[in-house]
Design a protein around this ligand. Structure first.
Ligand code: PLP
Length: 442
């Protein structure tokens, strides 16, 4: 670097309104990272902070990968951009072919977006278009789930189940309904891996079908709910959901924005669970977060149903200026090369049991009421403090950060999803810091 990292107190923070953040609180005591390499961030004070969350569940191959930077540079100096509509460039076809080969069987038609939110809105629109194309145009309802996060677009917000994300913005999409969430502290606290109890919650879909008849187009779920605190599906739950969807002509969408690209030790959660959805939304780990990009995986049958009518007519009136952006394609292909060359998905599967035992070692620490995990995802949930929800969680988050650990906080939950490159020693470091913070914070 040819200049020293700028100190937070030398910056004018007023113009930039940062997302999903308490801006006034943040600007009073800003938290900035200025560099990153491997599993480590560097803060403005020059100190190293272990990234136990792969940024935001996205830097799966670890930070600062020169291969990705080089691939992007080469692409930008060769072809920086090609129009996304009615024109194309080679890299998007090459990438789609590679992704199709990694996907669960049959999900081999790929639509590119720029984020998880766009992937979700894209999948919902494809589902609606498909139902219409096959003569089921009464199927206009979309079913989400309580405690789901599907991004910040109106579609994703509507099927999402986070009250705070919705209530400010008035009515959501019409015709949306929600399944019950699968979190059951009384029966499943401190489960290692998938919890035993709750497969029957999938029957909530039967009830919605009884209520709404044949008007449901699609159901969207995160195979493992991430943002609301790592909620692995109860054993048998996803299988049951799949069966009900099949029986009733409803499309099943897995939102794999977090679980995609190795988080559970398989390319996608669909393969981990052995349950294949009809559409799959991805983003984040696709490019190791170096360049924004998302991809929607679509079952051939769904795609083909839309490839009808006169051939000069656009089949799906949808897309983005930056769909399949050359630089993003280059970043994605370099990322997939790293995953393959270094066997990172297999590595994640191998180290997951170590991670599991490490996080569960915090079970008896004061105020810890639950620990949940699957693959390289885990959450430690604390009892809310009397002065209000999320206060203890925030204090633990800040204490961790001050002592060299970054882990995401959501309410009174600390969620961890480290890069798939993390070592046993680094897991040990993270657990030591988190344990110390849990003990230090009243
Ligand atoms: N879907 C899921 C499951 C997510 O976890 C997220 C983000 O965390 C999104 C969608 C939205 O992704 P983005 O922030 O890239 O729009």
């Amino acid at each position: 670097m040819d200049h020293a990292p700028q100190l937070a107190n030398e910056l004018d923070l007023s113009a930039c309104w940062i997302p999903f953040t308490a801006n006034r609180q943040f600007k009073a005591a800003p938290r900035l990272f200025t560099a990153a390499e491997g599993v480590w961030f560097t803060g403005t004070d020059g100190k190293r902070v272990l990234d136990a969350s792969a940024g935001m569940w996205c830097v799966n191959a670890g930070h600062g990968r020169p291969e990705i930077a080089k691939a992007v540079e080469q692409q930008l100096t060769t072809l920086d951009y090609a129009p996304a509509f009615q024109m194309a460039h080679p890299a998007e076809f090459e990438l789609a072919t590679r992704l199709a080969a990694m996907a669960p069987a049959g999900l081999d038609r790929i639509f590119f977006t720029n984020s998880g939110s766009e992937s979700v809105d894209t999948a919902l629109k494809i589902a609606l278009a498909y139902q219409r194309a096959r003569g089921e145009s009464q199927r206009t309802r979309l079913i989400g789930r309580e405690r789901a996060y599907h991004g910040a677009g109106f579609g994703g917000m509507s099927v999402g189940g986070i009250v705070a994300n919705r209530r400010t913005f008035g009515p959501m999409l019409p015709g949306v309904d929600h399944l019950p969430h699968t979190f059951d502290l009384a029966r499943n606290a401190f489960s290692k891996g998938q919890p035993e109890h709750g497969a029957e919650l999938a029957d909530g879909l039967e009830r919605l079908i009884a209520l709404h008849g044949d008007t449901i187009a699609a159901v969207i779920v995160e195979p493992v709910a991430g943002s609301t605190g790592v909620l692995p599906p109860p054993k048998g739950y996803l299988e049951r959901l799949r069966k009900i969807c099949d029986t009733h002509g409803i499309l099943l969408i897995f939102d794999e924005v977090i679980t995609g690209y190795g988080r559970l030790g398989t390319p996608f959660a669909a393969q981990y669970f052995g349950v294949t959805p009809d559409l799959m939304t991805t983003a984040k780990g696709l490019t190791n977060a170096a360049i924004p990009m998302g991809a929607v995986f679509v079952e051939r049958k769904v795609h083909d149903a839309l490839m009808q009518g006169p051939e000069h007519v656009i089949e799906l009136f949808h897309g983005y200026t930056y769909s399949g952006h050359p630089a993003a394609c280059a970043a994605a292909m370099a990322t997939l090369d790293i995953y393959k060359r270094e066997g990172l998905f297999e590595r994640a599967a191998k180290i997951a049991p170590v991670f599991q035992e490490a996080v569960h070692s915090l079970k008896d620490v004061a105020n810890v009421i639950d620990i949940r995990n699957l693959g390289l995802m885990a959450a430690i949930e604390m009892k809310p403090r009397e002065d209000g929800p999320a206060k203890r969680g925030y204090d633990v988050f800040i204490d961790c950060l001050a002592n060299g650990l970054y882990a995401r906080q959501t309410g009174d939950i600390i969620a961890m999803s480290p890069p798939l490159t993390i070592t046993e020693d680094e897991i040990g470091y993270a657990i030591d810091k988190l344990g110390a913070a849990l003990k230090a914070v009243a």
